[in-house]
Design a protein around this ligand. Sequence first.
Ligand code: FE2
Ligand code: FE2
Length: 272
Amino acid sequence: MIQIDRRHFIASLGGAAAVKLMSFEAKAEALEAYMMAQLNNGTAQPKRFPKAAEIEAQIETRNYRRGVGNLFLTTQPIGKVKRLEPMPARPMFLDFFKLRMQQTSNHVLQSANRAMKTGMTEEIILACLLHDTVHALIKVDHGYWGAQLYGPYVPEKVAFAIRYHQALRFYEDKEAGYEYPDLYRNLFGEDYVPSPHIQADYKVLKNHKWYMEPRLVTVNDLYAFEPGVVVKIDPFIDIIGRHFKNPKEGLGNDGSPVAHMWRAMATPDNPL
Ligand SMILES: [Fe+2]
Ligand SMILES: [Fe+2]
């Protein structure tokens, strides 16, 4: 029987926050790879990452697609989705954060916490707090969906940071403190080539005056996890209050071009 050093295993995947984002299958695969590495070499970190073709071959082994939003399925093999708490009549961002975005809340709070501790601007802190929360609605191309969801309510720089953190996740910038994460080698395959729109955006971003906005989201992203630290929303309430313009009618009732996106998160059980 192989002994698993749980902490070491979790750290090898980029920390518990990173693990939380992984599907059941991805975790099982990572564990298998880790155990294989241990068999070969006592305490070695997993050396083998899947190839993109192997990731592709898994598609038909699932009964869902990986890009679907967290609210719309459970990826546990045995398990059912839960009944959701009703939303208030005029929901504000914090209502959605607490009642619909729980699956990413720990991860984004830790990112925002790290940004706050390292003296980032309020825009960066807010971008870190929001950066992956759109996973509740949809995961594929999440930076672009997230920027659209928040665009009407936050400063342009915040939406810019959310939009492009997705592209910059694929490109190292050691000078800024961002290394390509093993989590991505596991999720996409070690030989994965980013899509043409990601490549094109990266090309433009490199010389953009706001390059560091999304870059700092990636710097504060996966490596934000500190074992045993649970971050509360309280330290960020003032920043949200200063920079997030909640519509008085409530998100989803405000007639904005993205109101339906909020409604879809409020009532994901509606059949049509
Ligand atoms: Fe992200
Ligand atoms: Fe993230």
